[in-house]
Design a protein. Sequence first.
Length: 161
Amino acid sequence: MTTRYARCESPLGDLFLIAEGEHLVELLFESDALEPEPEWREGGRLLSRVQRQLAAYFTGRRRTFELPLAPSGTAFQRQVWRQLERIPYGATRTYAQLAKRVGKPTAFRAVGAANGRNPIPIVIPCHRVVGSDGTLTGFGGGLGLKRFLLEHESGVPWAHA
């Protein structure tokens, strides 16, 4: 299977996209970007589509993504990530609410850990998960980027500390 990569400009800085075959498998923030392996190929139809959809998202013309995804993780992580995809644009959920949705109401820490291992942030919207009191909690790109994404989607400054 061919691995492809592309860089994507965004208001958050450059994003690094990785696809395997016909699926997006990873989206890295500039701070986490890596050097492509020598056998990887740059660009491709799928990654161009990802770039277009991300550009539309950041300009407010897109609220959902229609992309073939194949995030690598455990069965539990993938179950959490599927629930993340169900959080509507502009809305948030707490870790406790997410834990209930995966049928493990006391596993909010495990849900938090799975959320933190999401390999395709923004597209799988882990930024929409907040603490039970509404405060911003961990995000791979940093809390500043999480705040930016939540404000972008809601159209108002994030009201919680």
